[in-house]
Design a protein around this ligand. Structure first.
Ligand SMILES: Cc1cc2nc3c(=O)[nH]c(=O)nc-3n(C[C@H](O)[C@H](O)[C@H](O)COP(=O)(O)OP(=O)(O)OC[C@H]3O[C@@H](n4cnc5c(N)ncnc54)[C@H](O)[C@@H]3O)c2cc1C
Length: 373
């Protein structure tokens, strides 16, 4: 519906904000909370096109993880060692901060540890070759001892090598609860929620930025912080941000499900966990890359079929299961697997392109943004 502002709206309700955080995902919410803690009198709005946010934050798998051995080795093939190590240490710190900032019970966090499984001899050989090197890297950068340890998982009754690499520092969260606890905090702190505004353009004005939504509502602020992740290219096309859809399937409850924890496979492209006696399985976008580089939330059958086949062959061999539901979320990638956190000009900061790691990176990156404010 086209919006024509009244005097009261433009002079009071929508008068110039000190800060607007554009994008109410996990990153935007944490940034808004931290700015408000630092500047309690600042007038801060958090703006989103959706009533509950619609990107990756409410649609991920609920992993609190900082990278498996095969994922870290793959990253090392693409980026310098110090960058990869720094990213892993930020992810680890981020997980610790999520738990200490919000409380394990409030976000449904369980420190189950994680398991990287192997189904091919070549993957297993690589793990044997590289795990000590990766452990040393993580020890040097984050001071954690033996991040990856060999563990026999024959009791999980999966169709994979009995030995896997176990990481005791990772765990699972309830993504719904994590978002809700942050929503509650933004409300209690007096951050102004402006949900349902699809921002079509942002433009520099005197001493700030002006935002226009597709129904004609105009907002202005002294400082704009863009946290629109995959969708940033619509507003700031000069940034290297491309969408990457992640698909998830969830089984109905399964009696005597033997697995407990979060599981990685194939450089992190496959991930699964137990969820209230169900199996949640996601990924495989590397097999359908062109198709999955999309903003479309409507997932495709071919990838769901691929995931169901994986479930039957490797996770639940010989067992019956039914699929209860499936969904997708849109992540943000770029040529480099590192987020973009920077000040663009005196009135604009961006914190985007989470490269599928925003759950873990949020606490540390939001601190970096606040330091830029
Ligand atoms: C299937 C899946 C599995 C994942 N697994 C993990 C994992 O194991 N570990 C991990 O750390 N991370 C994981 N992630 C990634 C993680 O969820 C994201 O990195 C993180 O949620 C990004 O948060 P964000 O706030 O930057 O972006 P988003 O959550 O995408 O939020 C961006 C917000 O901006 C809003 N928006 C966009 N454009 C506009 C506009 N023009 N106007 C108004 N609002 C707009 C959107 O509605 C959205 O709410 C996964 C993601 C998916 C989809």
């Amino acid at each position: 519906m086209k919006h024509f502002s009244s005097f009261w709206e433009s002079s009071v309700l929508l008068r110039k904000f000190d800060f607007i955080v554009l994008g109410a995902g996990l990153i935007g919410k944490q940034i808004a909370i931290k700015i408000k803690s630092k500047s309690p009198n600042a007038r801060i709005a958090i703006v989103d096109r959706s009533p509950i946010s619609y990107g990756a934050s409410t649609r991920n798998a609920g992993f609190a993880c900082f990278g498996s051995v095969s994922e870290i080795v793959d990253d090392l093939n693409r980026s310098p060692q110090d960058q990869v190590a720094l990213l892993a240490s930020k992810r680890l710190k981020g997980i610790q901060q999520l738990v200490s900032n919000f409380g394990a019970d409030a976000i449904g966090y369980r420190n189950t540890g994680s398991f990287e499984i192997y189904t091919q001899q070549s993957e297993f050989n690589q793990a044997i070759d590289k795990f000590a090197f990766v452990n040393q890297l993580l020890y040097d950068v984050a001071g954690i001892d033996e991040a990856f340890q060999w563990r026999n998982i024959a009791n999980f009754k999966m169709n994979c090598f009995d030995d896997c690499l176990f990481n005791p520092y990772e765990g699972m969260i309830n993504t719904g609860m994590l978002n809700e606890v942050m929503n509650d905090l933004t409300h209690r702190m007096g951050i102004i929620p402006l949900y349902g505004l699809d921002i079509e353009s942002i433009a520099k004005i005197n001493h700030g930025y002006e935002l226009k939504d597709k129904n004609g509502i105009e907002l202005s602020c002294s400082q704009l912080i863009v946290t629109t992740n995959a969708f940033t290219s619509f507003l700031l096309p000069e940034l290297d941000v491309t969408p990457a859809r992640g698909q998830i399937i969830l089984t109905k409850p399964i009696e005597n499900l033997p697995i407990d924890g979060i599981f990685h496979h194939d450089k992190g492209y496959i991930y699964f966990r137990n969820l209230d006696n169900r199996v949640l399985l996601g990924g495989a976008r590397n097999y359908f890359e062109n198709q999955e580089n999309t903003f479309d939330f409507n997932g495709e059958d071919n990838i769901r079929t691929h995931l169901e086949k994986y479930l039957a062959e490797f996770i639940l061999p010989g067992r019956d299961f039914e699929i209860e539901t499936s969904w997708t979320g849109i992540m943000a990638m770029g040529k480099e697997k590192i987020p973009i956190v920077k000040r663009i000009d005196n009135h604009l900061i961006v914190c985007v392109r989470m490269s599928g790691m925003g759950v873990a990176l949020g606490p540390v990156l939001s601190d970096e943004v606040v330091a830029l404010c």
